[in-house]
Design a protein around this ligand. Structure first.
Ligand code: FES
Length: 165
């Protein structure tokens, strides 16, 4: 890996990036083929991909910044904004759709005042949709963190959110 001087990473404009330089050097050789693993690593460490982190990754991998930005925005797994603490994933798969998944999503949107891909202003919740969580027999479903909620109804939504408060 092209060695990044501490001053280069530590001088990044986002405090979240500070302290990551050593871990990145330890984990990665800096090849262009590590672009996605690097994006995943930074997101796992600080929860999202600040713009400065994308520039740093471009420098480390020698991948053009436009390509790094393009990759980060192409894949739904990457976030460019801070995410809410509790990530709510509402299933939009076929089994859930035919059993009212859209109504569940609308209720969550109404309760939180956000759309998929957004977080509440207090960063308590983030809302996402998924294609299938693999629990179709329980449709419609949603997931918060590691907890799966099956046979969802719109009435269950506020109670579940209250439990997370
Ligand atoms: S379609 Fe929703 S869990 Fe499979």
């Amino acid at each position: 890996m092209e060695q990044a001087g501490d001053e280069e990473l530590d001088g990044a404009s986002t405090p979240e990036l500070e302290g990551l330089s050593a871990a990145i050097r330890k984990e990665f050789a800096g090849g262009a083929d590590e672009l996605i693993p690097l994006l995943q690593f930074v997101q796992k460490e600080i929860g999202y991909l600040p713009e400065q982190s994308l520039r740093e990754i471009a420098r480390l991998t020698r991948v053009p910044a436009a390509s790094v930005f393009g990759t980060a925005t192409f894949y739904a797994q990457f976030r460019l904004q801070p995410a809410g603490k509790h990530v709510i994933r509402v299933c939009r798969g076929t089994a859930c759709h035919v059993r009212g998944g859209a109504r569940i999503l609308r209720e969550v949107e109404k309760q939180l005042g956000i759309k998929p891909g957004e977080s509440t202003p207090d960063l308590k919740y983030a809302l996402e949709t998924v294609a299938c969580i693999g629990a179709c027999a329980l449709a419609p479903t949603m997931v918060i963190g590691d907890d799966t909620y099956g046979q969802m109804t719109t009435k269950k939504v506020p109670d579940i959110l209250k439990q997370r408060d």
